[in-house]
Design a protein around this ligand. Structure first.
Ligand SMILES: [Zn+2]
Length: 490
């Protein structure tokens, strides 16, 4: 079936300097034979890019990091006026309209709008970006996405879903102003993905063929997120050509070289992190439900984990005695420890990563064979005994009660601090059970949790014979576990 594809392709030569439309040739429509190319979405509004020539005086100041981390989502309540001129979000000027133009307000109501805003915050969580819904003003650098109006209001074809200025000269178009038109119905994911795509075009990013990345024309059932992977450019080919004239190839004839680099692939996460740095994605919630610290277990014992994250769990890893034993990418997160483990105390460490690599680590210690009753029962002279477990004692680096900086400096993986700035390696104990060795007491540290703290008198009679003067001064409520957050991978 031959069908008209409405799309506003803008082709320009980088070699021709100029302003406005002087350097561009606009094709308002082209046709496409869809019969052999089911991936081409003719009914779906397509987005567009328009070549933007950056002022040479500005160009010299553009460096790898963007001059702002603010992205303003503008719903144009009451309408927006867009004036022709070099793109500048601060004065709502744009190379895209031919004349001073009015965009009507976003028409889909507060509920849809709020969900779009939440989606954009979510999609940009991995990056040091601030998503704003109020105008930072005419004197503050910012990127802006107008989500409003119709393409016809900017003299574009009715099939245009969004448009961004585009440029290969610099890492980004300063104060870029892009548009997402009100043509997506109430589809939050389409509006959000188009907004993410359009602003990303202002960061020199091209379309890709991966359906789950916002930079694609392909459909995806779910939230599109920028992928930390080298993705093939394309998805936007018409009659064997990309929007800027590249020859298309690949399984569906939808692959082409990336417009600015000439390479086959791009990594949108790398580009966004170079511009904005890394955000602070929330690490997963993680609990080792089985075994518990101090459990007496058999070799090959099961390890069960509950892991959740707003962005989804990417992977859960099990380490036993610091050796990576297994990794699981799908629920349920249940492991078996190696069957080769010998008698003694073993450190069980579980790390959960979300889809962006933010991680949370939890550890428990278990005992195989006869539990220790006192330090002398342990195989190493430097070990001490806590609740039947042999753990590195005060005499060794990272051992119980030694001064620490963070969790990684402790054999137990737990560095705790009191309100006086003292930080010691601790290990878990059960409150009121007299499990801690001489010189230590079991100090409450969070709900139903105790740690062996040097010099603390826990009233068990066995723990604090050598207590220092500091013991009484350490209030139970003052101890806070220092949770070291590992850096996201990459
Ligand atoms: Zn696009």
């Amino acid at each position: 079936m031959k069908r008209l594809l409405l799309c506003a392709l803008v082709v320009a030569s980088i070699a021709v300097p100029g302003r406005g439309h002087a350097d561009s040739v606009r094709h308002d429509a082209s046709s496409i034979d869809e019969s052999g190319k089911p991936m081409v979405l003719a009914e779906r509004p397509r987005t567009s890019r328009k070549w933007e020539q950056i002022d040479p005086s500005v160009l010299g100041n553009i460096v790898a990091a963007a001059n702002t981390n603010k992205i303003f989502l503008n719903r144009c309540a009451g309408g927006c006026t867009v004036t022709p001129g070099s793109t500048d979000s601060r004065s709502n000027r744009s190379t895209i309209p031919d004349q001073t133009s009015q965009l009507s307000a976003f028409s889909r109501g507060d509920a849809v709008w709020n969900n779009v805003v939440a989606c954009m915050k979510d999609v940009f969580t991995p990056f040091g970006v601030e998503i704003l819904t109020t105008d930072p003003g005419s004197s503050v650098n910012h990127f802006e996405i107008m989500i409003a109006g119709t393409p016809q209001q900017l003299q574009l074809g009715s099939g245009t879903g969004g448009i961004s200025p585009f440029n290969c000269q610099a890492q980004y178009i300063p104060n870029s102003l892009v548009f997402v038109f009100d043509v997506w119905g109430n589809s939050i994911e389409d509006i959000c993905a188009t907004a993410a795509q359009e602003i990303a075009h202002s960061f020199r990013l091209d379309h890709v063929i991966e359906p789950s990345d916002p930079l694609t024309y392909f459909n995806f059932n779910g939230r599109k997120r920028f992928k930390d992977a080298e993705l093939q450019c394309g998805s936007d080919c018409v009659n064997g050509r990309g929007p800027f004239g590249q020859t298309c190839s690949g399984a569906n004839g939808q692959s082409h070289t990336c417009t600015c680099t000439g390479l086959n692939t791009q990594n949108s996460v790398s580009v966004l992190k170079a511009l904005f740095g890394t955000g602070t994605p929330t690490p997963p919630d993680l609990t080792i439900t089985k075994p518990k610290t101090g459990d007496n277990v058999m070799p090959g014992f099961p390890v069960a984990v509950e892991a959740t994250d707003v962005n989804g769990i990417g992977m859960v890893e099990l380490r036993v005695n610091s050796m990576l034993t297994a990794s699981i990418t799908q629920f349920p997160y249940v492991f078996n420890a190696p069957t080769t483990l010998t008698d003694g105390t073993h450190n069980v460490e579980v790390t959960a990563y979300d889809e962006f690599g933010a991680s949370t680590k939890k550890t428990v210690q278990v005992v195989i064979g006869k539990p220790c009753g006192k330090p002398a029962d342990c195989p190493l002279d430097t070990d001490t005994c806590i609740g039947g477990r042999c753990v590195p004692g005060p005499g060794v680096q990272g051992g119980l009660g030694t001064v620490c900086v963070d969790n990684t400096s402790c054999a137990s993986g737990q560095c705790a601090a009191d309100n006086k700035g003292n930080r010691f390696c601790v290990d878990s104990c059960e409150l009121g059970e007299g499990q801690c060795p001489d010189g230590f007491g079991c100090l409450e540290a969070g709900e139903n949790n105790g740690v062996c703290w040097p010099g603390h008198d826990d009233g068990s009679g066995g723990g604090c014979s050598t207590g220092s003067g500091g013991a009484l001064a350490i209030g139970l409520s003052f101890l806070a576990l220092v949770i070291a957050r590992r850096r996201p991978r990459k």
